[in-house]
Write a protein that binds this ligand. Structure first.
Ligand code: 15L
Length: 292
């Protein structure tokens, strides 16, 4: 059985993944915070990845790293710099020094969030980040490319949409990623024999997808879920959003200086992160307002 390090293991995505992969891999879970949910047999190592020694400690003796750790939404530059730029570098470099060949990097739809919603994009498009957070994900993709070309590491970048048991709004109908499809794609990233450097989209088989996910399908990904089964329910509660946020795939990340994490679902958190409310907050913060 392979040993897989999951950084950011206490977060929502990390928790879904640990639950889904519990029987398949020996999981080493790492985070700054305590784990909200624990699964039998999973080792926990507390670490702050912005500290290189800590990154060295957690990457020792594993077969693969799923590097979820970091700042997961748009926010202040200092937080993104330390967690997503310095922390990401530390994890790649520590893995290399520890002889870990395979790294799965969950990048984000926000690396390409300034593509319009009427466009279909594949894994080869020029990046168009929609936020400082999106830029940090582009940094991680570029770092992965460097470590693949220069050091022969095997790097699997998943531009993740939104992982949730159900899609939470209209935008997420296009980028929804069910926990079991996440687990399938991550397993491909861990197991596929021919990974050198790949970019795929981390979404379910959504009819409303904005992505041509041919690269994931080529590697064997066969999503089991499609957001369409939730479409009527989701659209019934949707209200018109801010025009710039509505025009681009990245939604409110395209206008806001800060975006709260939309998970967990549904209740208050889902309501408080609707594009309309997020955009209203964003309008108040924007200096100067960007027009497109
Ligand atoms: C992301 O990249 C975030 O990590 C996640 O919290 C969501 O905001 C998601 O994008 C999204 O676009 O819904």
């Amino acid at each position: 059985m392979k040993t897989v390090l999951i950084t950011g293991a206490a977060g929502d995505v990390g928790t879904h993944l640990r639950r889904e992969l519990a029987a398949k891999y020996r999981i080493r879970a790492s985070d700054l915070r305590d784990l909200k949910e624990k699964f039998k047999g999973q080792q926990f190592m507390r670490a702050d990845i912005s500290d290189f020694k800590a990154a060295l400690r957690i990457t020792k003796g594993v077969d693969a790293v799923v590097h979820l750790g970091g700042y997961s939404v748009e926010g202040p530059w200092e937080g993104i710099l330390s967690a997503n730029i310095i922390g990401c570098y530390n994890v790649f470099e520590a893995a290399r020094r520890n002889g870990v060949k395979r790294i799965l990097f969950p990048t984000s739809n926000h690396a390409v969030g300034f593509y319009r919603r009427d466009q279909t994009i594949d894994h080869r498009v020029t990046v168009k980040p929609d936020s400082r957070y999106g830029v940090s994900k582009v940094f991680g993709e570029a770092l992965g490319s460097l470590y693949a070309d220069k050091y022969g590491m095997q790097v699997f970048c998943m531009r993740i949409g939104n992982v949730n048991p159900k899609p939470i709004d209209k935008r997420r109908l296009s980028i929804w990623f069910s926990p079991r499809d996440l687990a399938q794609l991550v397993s491909i990233g861990i197991e596929h024999p021919d990974i050198r450097f790949e970019i795929v989209y981390g979404i379910s088989g959504n009819q409303r997808a904005w992505y041509d996910n041919a690269n994931a399908f080529r590697l064997g990904y066969r999503p089991q879920d499609d957001s369409e089964v939730f479409a009527a329910e989701v659209l019934a509660r949707e209200t018109p959003g801010e025009p710039v946020a509505e025009k681009f795939q990245g939604g409110v990340f395209c206008v806001a200086e800060e975006v709260p994490n939309p998970a967990p679902l549904p209740k208050a958190a889902a309501r408080s992160t609707s594009p309309r409310r997020g955009a209203a907050r964003a309008r108040a913060r924007l200096r100067p307002r960007r027009r497109r």
